[in-house]
Design a protein around this ligand. Sequence first.
Ligand SMILES: Cc1ncc(COP(=O)(O)O)c(C=O)c1O
Length: 426
Amino acid sequence: MKNTGKRSIEIIERDKKVVSPSLTRSYDLVIDRADGSTIYDVEGRGYIDFAASVAVMNIGYNCKKVSKAVCAQMEKMVHCGFSDFYTEKPVELSEKLCEMTGYEKVFLSNSGTEAVEAAMKLAFWYTGRSSMIAFYRAFHGRTLGSLSLTSSKIKHKEHFPALHVIHSDYANCYRCPLNLEYPACGIACAKEIENIIFKRELSPKDTAAIVVEPIQGEGGFIVPPVEFHKELRRICDENDVLLIADEIQSGGFRTGKFMAMENFGVRADIVCMSKSIGGGIPLGATLSSSKIMSWPPGTHANTFGGNLLASAGGLATLEFMQSSKLGEKAVEKGNYIMKRLNELKEKYPIIGDVRGIGLMIGVEFVEKDGSPAPSRRDVIINKSLVGGLILLPAGDSVIRFVPPLIIKKTEIDRGLEIFENALKSS
Ligand SMILES: Cc1ncc(COP(=O)(O)O)c(C=O)c1O
């Protein structure tokens, strides 16, 4: 990055000496602090944040109510082994999650991938089966179970052993994998599971679950038609297979609803949540019915699930999300950003598609012939950063627009102005 300062360079050099090189850093931004929807680097320069630390900071940075609850809990007690003893805070958090989702039982953990691992183990345990179906371009995490479901980044999967997962086509209508057109296609992509996979590759009798993101995130912010999820639900019901929804990126009111699946009118059997529900404190949750989550003691547990700080932070985050009507805000601001981005699409042919629900929005960049334009996308991200706007990539040639849900209209306008300047000079 052009304007990396002396202090940033020094920290990056120290980082390179001791930190695992497996992390992917999009650019040389060294962060010091944040406020609301603005991040400051160690040189004191401010950046409007349209990434919310990868859809985690839905409540914005430094939410006073959450800090107060976490500090009060810190004074009282930081941690007690919730797998071995009883304590109230994680119970309160689980009650709140059940009240907000209608599920009956919760397994608490510390991250997205752990929420997915718990969902996979639960589905294997409940059905007594050992295979799953997931989707091309899916991202469910990087530990070995969730990595087996992940398909978006092949380099993440090379060299690592995997569980038995068959991948199927997701409903990517902008670039239909079957070269069909919606709605004439009849959601043929979902039907492939019954027509091809269940007939030729994997019997439903061996399939524990179909695992799906309501909107594919890392894969490119792909929003399927409502019928795609309805069709998956039907296939699961008719073939006695569980449906697992990975709400890790899409949940927490990002799409207006607490769970993005609500936009599609579909209820999964098991739901994975993380990222935003901890308000920045590591928290994962796997939710299900009492019937399914009936595994006996010893089948699954962990050291830090139900940690007191995470539970206090998570509870305060959920209360803040509800009391400040973050769902309504996501819809209102999301509609505004979509409108503005669609206007930019008319002006700049490099924008091929604008799509999203609420504040989970993706912009796909294309070459003149309509093919993906990954390097031009990266140039726009870098120019935006130099201008004072944080953007993150997704998929082959998409930029995601996932700001904190509390972002102000003036910040949105300023961010879009920086983005347009980057477009003009690219
Ligand atoms: C949909 C989805 N599932 C799972 C994960 C993994 O979460 P974590 O990085 O906390 O393990 C992510 C992370 O980006 C995600 O977007």
